[in-house]
Design a binder for this molecule. Structure first.
Ligand code: UD1
Length: 383
């Protein structure tokens, strides 16, 4: 029997891991009646608040982690080092045949490094994406993780091209589509079902469900990148644009803890509140999906949301200079907005004037069936 360690650490990892873990655990026994694979779930604890972690495990119907490494917050070196030390111990205890990592957070790189140093092969899900901007910590994580990974599962053609240019062998690289879309498809169907009666919900927000949170067009914003929220001038520009936008239509703003801290530190929260921006805590997957799926406009710096809005055809303005997900620009509804308050407001108003997107189709292989393709490769893989 083979042992696979599947790693998640931070919020955007859970929706990528959930379908893989479920399928691997449902793999039928071999002809001889042996369990083919043991899928061990390792949570590094990079995200630890219920809103960023436990809530996602519950809503995505994930099992409790077999190992919780309680790494927590810190500088990049502290967080990466703590995850490496703790994950090395898990590898030594479990002697896995393969480690599966997803995405581009610090936990992704840390566990890849620890495994590679022990000679354990690594499979990277969401490999090959490149912003070509090394100022982004995620870009460093992506480049280093892919350099050390044996198996590379890619969401879009640009990822294949990047990996080939970096000298990977074609047999290592598999264009399988986007496993996060598997979770999206599944959760959209769940929204159609009546919610449990005792489900908690946030003030000002409807319970998760198929109906929009308010009548008429509205916008949703998420922000958490250091390049936006840790730069005072940049953050002020974004806040100015949001305050003006909120005069035209309702703007919902679920806030990452990092963002809330910076807005509070710069005394910008009162300005947003006075403009009528609806300030919310970080939302669970279902609440957030309820919010953005019917939005007239999403503004974000998230990687995942660029892809999710592309899948559903929701207009998205990405408040960054570049994206590592170019298919969202060429096939999707995403547009980059690198400029200041005037640029953000002008582009937002242009989107609202042009109305809903018509005739939209998702990128190739984003069909809700990526996890079975990945699992097939994982089970067939020979060291
Ligand atoms: C991390 C990822 C980023 C991902 C994002 C999703 C890296 C380098 N960054 O950024 O790629 O898009 O997660 O949210 O891995 N905090 C809490 N509660 C928590 C976790 C963090 O309050 O459960 C606060 C702490 O003050 C912490 C700060 O958020 O210092 C930043 O957390 P961290 O995990 O370092 O990075 P994120 O900004 O969340």
């Amino acid at each position: 029997m083979r042992t696979l360690l599947l790693v998640a650490g931070a919020r955007p990892n859970f929706m990528k891991l959930a379908p893989l873990l479920r399928l691997l655990r449902a793999t039928p026994p071999t002809a001889e009646g042996h369990q083919a694979v043991r899928a061990v779930f390792v949570h590094t604890g990079q995200h630890y608040d219920h809103a960023l972690s436990g809530n996602f495990l519950q809503q995505l119907h994930m099992p409790l982690p077999d190992y919780h490494l309680a790494v927590g917050s810190g500088s990049h070196a502290e967080q990466t080092a703590a995850a490496m030390v703790a994950f090395e111990r898990v590898c030594l205890a479990e002697r896995p045949h393969l480690v599966v990592v997803v995405g581009d957070v610090n936990s992704t790189l840390a566990c890849t490094l620890a495994a590679a140093k022990l000679g354990v092969p690594v499979a990277h899900v969401e490999a090959g994406l490149r912003s070509f901007d090394r100022r982004m910590p995620e870009e460093v994580n992506r480049v280093a993780t892919d350099a050390l990974s044996e198996l590379l599962f890619v969401t879009e053609q640009s990822g294949v091209d990047n990996l080939m240019a970096e000298g990977k062998r074609p047999e290592q690289v598999h264009l399988v589509g986007n496993v996060m879309i598997d979770t999206l498809v599944e959760q959209l169907a769940l929204l159609e079902q009546p919610p449990p009666a005792n489900q908690p919900h946030y003030p000002g927000m409807p319970r998760p469900g198929a109906s929009p949170p308010c009548p008429g067009p509205y916008a949703v914003i998420t922000l958490h990148r250091p390049s936006n929220v840790d730069q005072p001038v940049r953050l002020q520009q974004i806040v100015q644009a949001l305050a003006q936008l909120a005069r035209r239509l309702p703007v919902f703003f679920p806030m990452h803890p990092r963002t809330r801290r910076q807005l509070e530190g710069q005394a910008l929260l009162p300005m947003l509140a006075a403009a009528g921006v609806r300030l919310l805590p970080p939302l669970g997957y279902a609440e957030f999906l309820t919010l953005w799926k019917d939005a007239a406009l999403v503004l974000t710096d998230s990687g995942g949301l660029q892809e999710e809005t592309t899948y559903l055809g929701v207009p998205c303005l990405t408040l960054r200079e570049n994206t590592e997900r170019p298919v969202t620009l060429t096939h999707g509804t995403n547009r980059l907005v690198p400029g200041g308050a005037a640029d953000i407001l002008a582009q937002a108003l242009a989107v609202l004037e042009s109305g809903p997107v018509v005739g939209h189709t998702p990128p190739p292989w984003w069909d809700g069936r990526t996890a079975p393709r990945i699992v097939q490769h994982l089970l067939a893989w020979e060291p």
